[in-house]
Design a protein around this ligand. Structure first.
Ligand code: PLP
Length: 471
C-alpha cells in the first residue's frame, strides 16, 4: 500500500467532517440534511477508491471540499439556461420562444402580486380571465372574438370537441400531419370525439372532394397548415377562401389550424411571407387556431379567434376549464401582444423576431470576434474556423426556409477517430456551467451564432471547458 494512503479505518467519520468550518458554512447555505448526505457521498467515494487501490486525499478538509463540490453541482437548477447555438430559433426541446423583457416583467409582477384575473374592476364583480387579452387579440387579428388555452394542440382539441363531437370533420389527406412530440391530427380528432373524413389524395385535393363529402353529419371542415413539411411537384390544394365559400354554402364552419400563426408580414423582415392570422380570418375561416410560443414569440399558449357565437360555445365547453391558462402566462401574453401595437420597434423588442431577422453580416462579425476565445478554449486538438451556415426557424414554422447564417466550426485536428473526438467536444460544451448546445454537421461541431446575444457571458463560460476529462 502507498505510504501516504490512509487505511480504511482512518477515513474520517461523517461527524468529523461535519465539524470543519467549510462544512459548517455549507450547512448555512444548503441545510444540514443535504450536507450530511454530501459528506456520506464523499466518504463513501473515498472508501471505494481506497479499496480499489487508488491514492486518496482523505483529510477532513479534503472530504469537506468534495462534499461542497457535490452540493454545488446538486444545487444547480434543472431548468437552468443554456446557449442555443443549434441554429434553430424556435427549438422545441430548448423551450421555443424566448419572451420579450416586457413579458418577463409582466409575468414576474403577476407572480408576486394579486391581479384582477377574473375580476371586473369597472363593475366590481366577477369577470373572465380571457378578458385580459381578448380585445388585443381581436384588434391584432381582425376577429370578432378570441379565447386562450394551454397550447395550440389544446386549441385544436377544444375546437374539434366543441364543434364536431359525434359528427364528421372533413380534412384533406395532404394535411393529416404529425407535429413533433406526438401531435398527430387523426389521433387528436379521435380524442376530440370527431369522425375523420379524409378527402382528396396526399398530393392533390380539389374543391369537388370537399363538396361531395359534406352531408348532414358534417360538423366542420378543417384546414391544417402543413407546418413541418412541404408537398412539391404535381400538387393541388384548395384555397382557404374557396373552402370557406363551400363550407358557408352548407352552413358548416371552417376551422383553420395555422400552427405558427404570425401576426405580422414576415416579408418585411426579409423572410418568406407566411399567411398571417388576419389573412386567415379575412378569407373566411370561422375559427383560427395558432400557437403562442412559435412565430408569435410569446409564452406557450394556444389561441382560438373567430366568430363570436362559436367562441362563446368554446367557452361553455367544460374542457375549456381543464385547458385554461394561468395568470403568469396571461400576463406575459398580454405584454407580448401589446408590443405588436408598435410595429416599428417590434423586431428590436421581440427576441424571436430579432433573432430571425438578424443580418448575416452581424452574425459573421460576432463569429470573427469570438473565434480566438473559442480556439483557445478547445485547445490544439481542434481547428476552429468561421463558416457560413444555415439557420432555420423551427417548430414547424417556414419548414422549407433556410436562412443564411454564420458560426464557428470545430474540426478534430488529428485524422483518427474524429467521430469520438466530436462526441467528446459536444459533451464538453454540453456540460459547461451554462450548457452550450451546438450541432454536428459535415464532421464538424458547429456553433451557429444567430441566437447568441450575450457574448461576454459566453466567453466567461468557456473558461471551464473540459474535453474528454482534460482541461
Ligand atoms: C405546432 C402546431 C400544432 C401544435 O401546437 P402547440 O402549440 O405545439 O401545441 C398544431 N398544429 C399545427 C399546424 C402546428 O404547426
Amino acid at each position: 500500500m502507498d505510504a501516504g494512503n490512509p487505511t480504511l479505518s482512518r477515513i474520517p467519520s461523517v461527524d468529523e467532517v461535519l465539524k470543519t468550518p467549510a462544512a459548517q458554512e455549507a450547512v448555512v447555505r444548503f441545510g444540514r440534511p443535504r450536507v450530511v448526505e454530501a459528506i456520506r457521498h464523499a466518504t463513501a467515494a473515498a472508501r471505494e477508491a481506497l479499496a480499489a487501490g487508488k491514492t486518496v486525499a482523505a483529510s477532513v478538509e479534503a472530504l469537506a471540499g468534495d462534499a461542497r463540490a457535490w452540493l454545488e453541482a446538486d444545487a444547480r437548477p434543472n431548468a437552468r439556461p443554456v446557449f442555443n447555438l443549434t441554429g434553430t430559433v424556435l427549438h422545441t426541446n430548448l423551450g421555443r420562444a424566448i419572451v420579450a423583457e416586457a413579458a418577463v416583467e409582466a409575468a414576474t409582477l403577476a407572480m408576486r402580486e394579486a391581479i384582477a384575473l377574473e375580476f371586473d374592476l369597472a363593475q366590481g364583480k366577477r369577470g373572465e380571465r380571457d378578458n385580459l387579452v381578448r380585445s388585443l387579440l381581436c384588434e391584432l387579428t381582425g376577429a370578432e372574438d378570441a379565447t386562450v388555452v394551454n397550447n395550440n394542440a389544446a386549441a385544436v382539441l377544444l375546437a374539434l370537441n366543441t364543434l364536431a363531437k359525434g359528427k364528421e370533420a372533413i380534412v384533406s389527406r395532404g394535411e393529416l400531419i404529425e407535429i413533433g412530440g406526438a401531435f398527430r391530427m387523426p389521433e387528436i380528432m379521435a380524442r376530440a370525439g370527431t369522425k375523420l373524413v379524409e378527402v382528396g389524395t396526399t398530393n392533390r385535393t380539389h374543391e369537388k372532394d370537399y363538396a361531395t363529402a359534406i352531408n348532414p353529419k358534417t360538423g366542420l371542415i378543417l384546414k391544417v397548415h402543413t407546418s413541418n413539411y412541404r408537398i412539391e411537384g404535381f400538387t393541388k390544394s384548395v384555397s382557404g377562401k374557396a373552402i370557406a365559400a363551400l363550407a358557408h354554402a352548407s352552413d358548416v364552419p371552417l376551422l383553420n389550424d395555422l400552427g405558427s400563426g404570425t401576426l405580422v408580414d414576415l416579408a418585411q423582415y426579409g423572410l418568406t411571407h407566411e399567411q398571417t392570422v388576419s389573412e386567415a380570418v379575412a378569407e373566411g375561416a370561422d375559427l383560427v387556431t395558432f400557437s403562442g410560443d412559435k412565430l408569435l414569440g410569446g409564452p406557450q399558449a394556444g389561441f382560438i379567434v373567430g366568430r363570436k357565437d362559436l367562441v362563446a360555445r368554446l367557452n361553455r365547453n367544460p374542457m375549456k376549464r381543464a385547458l385554461r391558462v394561468d395568470k403568469i402566462r396571461l400576463a406575459a401574453i398580454e405584454a407580448t401582444l401589446r408590443l405588436y401595437r408598435d410595429p416599428d420597434r417590434l423586431a428590436e423588442r421581440l427576441p424571436t423576431l430579432r433573432m430571425m431577422a438578424r443580418p448575416v453580416a452581424d452574425i459573421e462579425a460576432a463569429a470573427q470576434r469570438l473565434l480566438p476565445a473559442v480556439a483557445t478554449a478547445v485547445g490544439s486538438g481542434f481547428a476552429a474556423s468561421v463558416i457560413a451556415c444555415t439557420s432555420q426557424i423551427g417548430s414547424g414554422s417556414l419548414p422549407a426556409e433556410v436562412i443564411q447564417s454564420a458560426g464557428i466550426a470545430l474540426r478534430p485536428a488529428g485524422a483518427r477517430s474524429s467521430g469520438r473526438a466530436l462526441t467528446a467536444l459536444a459533451d464538453g460544451f454540453r456540460t459547461l456551467e451554462r450548457p452550450v448546445i451546438g450541432r454536428v454537421e459535415n464532421d464538424a461541431f458547429v456553433l451557429d451564432l444567430r441566437c447568441l446575444e450575450d457574448e461576454a457571458a459566453f466567453v466567461r463560460n468557456l473558461a471551464t471547458l473540459r474535453i474528454g476529462g482534460r482541461r
